[in-house]
Ligand binder design. Structure first.
Ligand code: SAM
Length: 342
């Protein structure tokens, strides 16, 4: 058995958490992700399922990756999804989760539940069907909501990610929070990231809504308090203590548990690069050490080698990829999320 090596940078950061984009193709064309409304297609020369699973196994052996998130593009539309999930489920990872837009969640429920997965993240920006079509430019909100219900009914922990945008879903912040509190779902607001086409216009600046503004909006209806989050978590977490709009005994439970929790992935307002443990593998075989750095490291050739040789070369690749991390904060990036999966 190969002993995995400690690859650590000057800030004590290591790669522990891997995100694999199994395809760049997506059934949505979200305004902040793609510029022209054209749905994303698969990248050229995407890795096969066997290559993707082997890459994950080698990365576990090389640096002791503990957590895996399956992403895309949209992972649930990939023909590789079922076999990739089955393949990585046998690798002894501490945690496997999926990030999806949930359009095909009900259809994939059996394979997800059979794999033993206990939690998923759903990207959902609004509960308003019109705003939904305006942002996602495809899909059907009702199908998404029943997909979420199917996971909750099966006892899966669901988190929802929402990107608040000034022109299209700012008015949904409270509705989304209440929807999530009612279902014991943790809602996470992602501050818009200045990536891809957003860098070419003033869209980013006009659409961006930061942590303070989100908290002000929530504070009008709810009492909340900051609470702890995991060391390498990207989100600042808050516990909702009570609902100010409800009077009498139903007002809320003012104890440690409260009404539930929400988080803010505050890339701009409260950067988290200092504790980042994330490594990303794109569907076409490139490792990215940082979401805010387009430097990428091809590993196709390593997947043809014997384990020992591949692992020793991966050590050098990963040492180099770790240097790609920003010291403090996300600084914008031309790379599009579709390639590296968010
Ligand atoms: N299709 C899957 C999904 O919808 O979850 C996985 C891929 S998607 C690119 C991953 C996440 O990235 C989504 O939650 C999406 O909202 C987020 N995202 C994409 N572009 C973004 C940007 N410029 N700023 C913030 N979040 C972004």
């Amino acid at each position: 058995m190969f002993q995995n090596t400690m690859i650590v940078d000057h800030q004590g950061r290591q790669f522990k958490s891997l995100r694999v984009s199994i395809t760049a193709a997506c059934n949505y064309a979200c305004t902040y992700c793609v510029p022209n409304g054209k749905k994303l297609v698969a990248a050229q020369n995407e890795l096969t399922t066997d290559q993707l699973v082997r890459a994950v196994r080698l990365l576990i052996s090389t640096v002791g990756i503990e957590k895996l998130r399956i992403t895309g593009g949209e992972p649930l539309i990939s023909p590789k999804f079922d076999s990739f999930l089955q393949g990585v489920s046998t690798l002894g990872l501490q945690d496997i989760s999926i990030t999806t837009n949930a359009q095909f969640l009900e259809k994939k429920a059996k394979v997800i539940l059979d794999s033993g997965i206990r939690r998923i993240n759903v990207s959902l920006d609004t509960l308003n069907p019109l705003a939904f079509s305006k942002i996602a430019r495809s899909g059907d909100l009702k199908t998404v909501l029943s997909g979420i219900d199917s996971m909750l009914d099966a006892g899966i922990t669901v988190k929802i990610n929402m990107v608040p945008l000034r022109s299209s879903n700012k008015d949904q912040i409270l509705d989304m929070l209440q929807y999530c509190l009612d279902r014991n779902i943790e809602l996470r607001f992602i501050e818009l990231m200045n990536m891809g086409h957003l860098q070419h216009s003033n869209i980013y600046h006009s659409e961006f809504i930061g942590q303070k503004e989100i908290l002000d909006i929530i504070g009008a209806n709810y009492e909340f308090a900051r609470t702890g989050s995991a060391f390498d978590s990207t989100s600042v977490r808050y516990r909702v203590l009570s609902n100010n709009l409800v009077s009498g005994p139903e007002k809320g439970i003012k104890n440690e548990t409260g009404l539930g929790a929400f988080g803010i992935i505050a890339n701009e307002s409260e950067p988290f690069c200092r504790t980042c443990t994330r490594l990303r593998l794109s569907s076409n075989g490139y490792l990215y050490g940082c979401l805010s750095n387009s430097r990428r490291h091809g590993i196709h050739h390593l997947l043809e080698m014997e384990d020992n040789q591949a692992i020793s070369q991966l050590q050098a690749v990963l040492s180099s990829a770790l240097k790609d991390k920003q010291d403090r904060q996300f600084v914008g990036e031309y790379t599009v999320m579709k390639f590296i999966g968010g």
